[in-house]
Ligand binder design. Structure first.
Ligand SMILES: C[S@@+](CC[C@H](N)C(=O)[O-])C[C@H]1O[C@@H](n2cnc3c(N)ncnc32)[C@H](O)[C@@H]1O
Length: 203
């Protein structure tokens, strides 16, 4: 078993980061559509566990986006992001050890939060240290109890920590962190696949 950061570093080195981005695109677009649908003011953005930076590059193109930042623990993912994009900022760090100099309006994350033994610590850290008042946290998760096809991913991927929680448990952690207006739904369910679980709340 390896750490998630080591496994995804291998993916960045052999190009599997690109197929992963393709696989996540429809869920991410649905999450961004939701987050930005009523946006009329300039906003700042962080992608937590940004991989090769594809969402940072995408959101950075919105005319109202005044800063887009990516953070990831894999040096190989961050090197790849920086090689593709000199317009935005990338940081290589364990998410629990990092905070922005200036808090932001939108923190987005796709397929990252279950790589933490205690995701509630990460949700609380982001709520307290990354988000502006009225800022939004939105996360997408494919590995959760109700999504049966993901049941064996931990063994298949050989990753030491993958925390498998239910929809109620994910929503409960957003409530516990003090977030408001919490909503959750599933995107792209079909043929036994329960879809990406999206959970979001406002500080
Ligand atoms: C499944 S990938 C998703 C990447 C990206 N969000 C995407 O949709 O393409 C998970 C990412 O989280 C990063 N990651 C995992 N655990 C982390 C941690 N503790 N701190 C920082 N990054 C972490 C990995 O390096 C990897 O790039």
């Amino acid at each position: 078993m390896k750490s998630s950061i080591d496994v995804f570093s291998d993916w960045a080195r052999d190009g599997r980061d690109e197929a992963m981005a393709d696989g996540h695109t429809s869920s991410v677009k649905a999450m961004l559509d939701f987050s930005l649908k009523d946006q009329t003011n300039p906003f700042s953005f962080i992608d937590a566990g940004c991989g090769n930076g594809w969402v940072v590059r995408m959101v950075g193109q919105y005319s109202l986006c005044n800063s887009a930042t990516g953070v990831d623990g894999s040096k190989f993912m961050i090197e790849k992001a920086e090689s593709l994009d000199s317009d935005h900022t990338y940081h290589c760090s364990e998410l629990l050890n990092w905070a922005p100099h200036e808090k932001v309006d939108l923190v987005h994350s796709m397929e990252v939060f279950y790589y933490f033994a205690n995701p509630n610590l990460l949700i609380q850290h982001i709520t307290d240290k990354w988000l502006n008042p009225e800022g939004r946290l939105i996360v997408g998760i494919d590995y959760y109890k109700e999504n049966k096809p993901s049941e064996n991913w931990r063994t298949e991927c050989g990753i030491s920590i993958m925390t498998r929680l239910s929809i109620t448990e994910w929503v409960g952690m957003f409530i516990h962190a003090g977030l408001n207006n919490i909503q959750s739904w599933q995107v792209g369910a079909k043929d036994g696949w329960a879809g990406t679980l999206v959970v979001t709340g406002i500080k």
